[in-house]
Design a protein around this ligand. Structure first.
Ligand SMILES: C[S@@+](CC[C@H](N)C(=O)[O-])C[C@H]1O[C@@H](n2cnc3c(N)ncnc32)[C@H](O)[C@@H]1O
Length: 507
């Protein structure tokens, strides 16, 4: 079997991709009238799964479902199988195979995921990705395929072309990456002297690449293939493979109203969904898409069904620095977990955000959430707002469309405060041994610092908070490292325990 030298030399950092989780995919499908299989009892195939950082956590948290990953880079497959072996999981396999192999022996799948694969492989492999989805999706199954798109990628192509021309094609991936950084060093001071929008744009892009994981920079900017394409072109290929459009994984991008009233009016008379979304890609200069596909014969609604929305559940981890006012619909700012903020106006929506933050990572069904939010507004706000469930629903849908609130097909409880002697679960400890990114129960990446990663490995249920702080101090002393002040270290350990508990990472 072949391997892919560039990935063996510079393995891809494989982390949980929240949008690929079957529970969220099923929730979106329900809005469009498609009843996909429940996340806790489904079959998932991931094409190009790298080291399993996306697939293996799903298998760990969903023991009743079955998972298969394939990847052509030997190193990735070995890495994935080492983790599977260490965790003793029997519901996930990662195989050293190519998408171009005959995969029919693997059978049908309810979810097929190809993230970060399609644009980065030659056309023959791209066609196989869609062919596998077309042939091996089960009835009402969902395929998730991400790819770079036009027109947005035109703006990035300039730097990619420069790097491809500058770096030695015959050199190894790691050497080419070093050459890319040498070119950044050369360009940056010169660009800073130029006040043009182009120079400043390029400077910002280089700054972004300097902060990005090296494997991303290499495989996006220096890999031989990176084909961005128009959405219409991608959909024509998908349709030729027997597939049809379900939705975008990011619902807000499907809503013309997000482009303002004038654009929404222009687009409102058109009923060709693919054309409308292509026009929206022009207007947004869109660079990247996460397209959900179904088998051609699956009936799909043309627009999301707000009634179905009330049959779903949601979870959210929003925090506000303001005192929340449940007696007024003046917008208030909430911080998003990944940075940035959203504004929430309706008192029921503010109260719902607070309820979910207190219960995170649990998800609550719509009516349960409405009841809890109404109780908060009745007690601390203005009762007149309680009757406005429709206004709440409209605003809540918009928050879900922008992913400030995450949709789940099912309500599920995880939550518990950290116990006195915390034990990190097996996946958390195995991931902390390998790096600094853990996969939360909500399939989000939880980034740790060096101390955090070391502490997680030591959380075996034998030490309390003071015991953990003392263990780290002792370890640092033995290594001759500078010692943090004990009070500050204890407080940091305390914050870490809460982060782990809120992420569902404690046993
Ligand atoms: C850019 S990485 C993305 C990895 C992962 N899906 C993610 O997004 O984190 C592309 C992956 O596809 C794999 N790959 C490339 N060509 C392949 C092929 N023909 N068959 C299977 N895997 C392939 C690579 O080895 C690599 O792991």
């Amino acid at each position: 079997m072949n391997t892919l030298d560039s990935y063996d030399d510079l393995p891809y950092d494989s982390v949980p991709i929240t949008d690929t989780h079957p529970d969220g995919l099923r929730a979106i499908a329900r809005l469009f009238g498609v009843d996909a299989k429940p996340a806790h009892a489904c079959r998932v195939l991931e094409l190009g799964c790298a080291g399993g950082g996306n697939l293996i956590p799903m298998a760990f948290y969903l023991p009743g479902s079955r998972f298969v990953g394939i990847d052509l880079a030997r190193h990735h497959v070995e890495e994935a199988n080492a983790l599977i072996g260490e965790l003793g999981l029997d519901n996930v396999r990662v195989l050293h195979r190519s998408v171009t192999d005959d995969l029919s022996d693997l059978g049908e799948f309810d979810y097929i995921v190809a993230h970060g694969l399609y644009s980065w492989v030659p056309r023959a492999v791209q066609d196989r990705v869609l062919a596998v989805c077309g042939r091996q999706l089960s009835k009402d199954g969902i395929a998730y395929v991400s790819y770079n798109t036009l027109p947005g990628w035109h703006a990035r192509a300039g730097l990619r072309d420069m790097l491809l021309a500058y770096c030695d094609k015959a050199a190894r991936a790691s050497a080419r990456l070093a050459q890319a950084h040498a070119l950044f060093d050369l360009l940056e001071p010169a660009l800073r002297l130029q006040a043009t929008a182009e120079a400043q744009g390029l400077l910002a892009e280089i700054g972004y690449l300097r902060r990005a994981p090296p494997s991303y920079v290499y495989h996006e900017y220096l890999e031989e293939t990176n084909e961005p394409l128009w959405f219409t072109e991608f959909m024509a290929r998908a349709q030729a493979a027997g597939l049809d459009y379900l939705a975008d994984a990011v619902l807000s991008t499907m809503l013309p109203a997000t482009l303002g009233e004038d654009a929404a009016r222009e687009l409102s008379g058109m009923d060709d969904r693919i054309r409308v979304e292509q026009l929206m890609d022009y207007a947004r200069l869109r660079k990247f898409r996460r397209t959900l596909l179904v088998r051609r014969e699956t009936a799909v609604r043309g627009a999301p069904d707000l009634d179905a929305f009330t049959g779903l559940a949601c979870h959210a981890d929003l925090a506000s620095d303001e005192e929340l006012d449940f007696a007024s619909d003046a917008p208030q700012a909430f911080r998003l977990p990944a940075g940035g903020e959203c504004r929430i106006a309706h008192p029921l929506a503010k109260a719902a955000a607070m309820v979910l933050a207190m219960r995170y990572p649990d998800s609550l069904g719509w009516y349960q959430l409405l009841a809890a939010a109404s109780a908060l507004v009745a007690e601390h706000g203005d009762e007149r707002f309680i009757g406005e469930a429709a206004a709440f629903k409209t605003e809540w849908f918009s928050l879900a469309a922008y992913q400030a609130v995450r949709l789940s097909a099912e309500a599920r409880g995880f939550g518990a405060d950290p116990p006195e002697r915390p034990e990190a679960h097996a996946l958390a400890r195995a991931q902390a041994k390998r790096g600094r990114v853990l996969a939360s129960a909500r399939h989000a990446a939880v980034d740790l610092d060096e101390y955090g990663a070391r502490l997680v490995q030591e959380m075996d249920g034998t030490r309390d908070l003071d015991g953990l702080a003392d263990w780290l101090l002792q370890a640092l002393r033995a290594e001759g490292r500078p010692l943090p002040e004990r009070g500050a270290l204890r407080a940091a350990c305390h914050r870490l325990l809460w982060t782990l508990a809120r992420s569902g990472l404690l046993a």
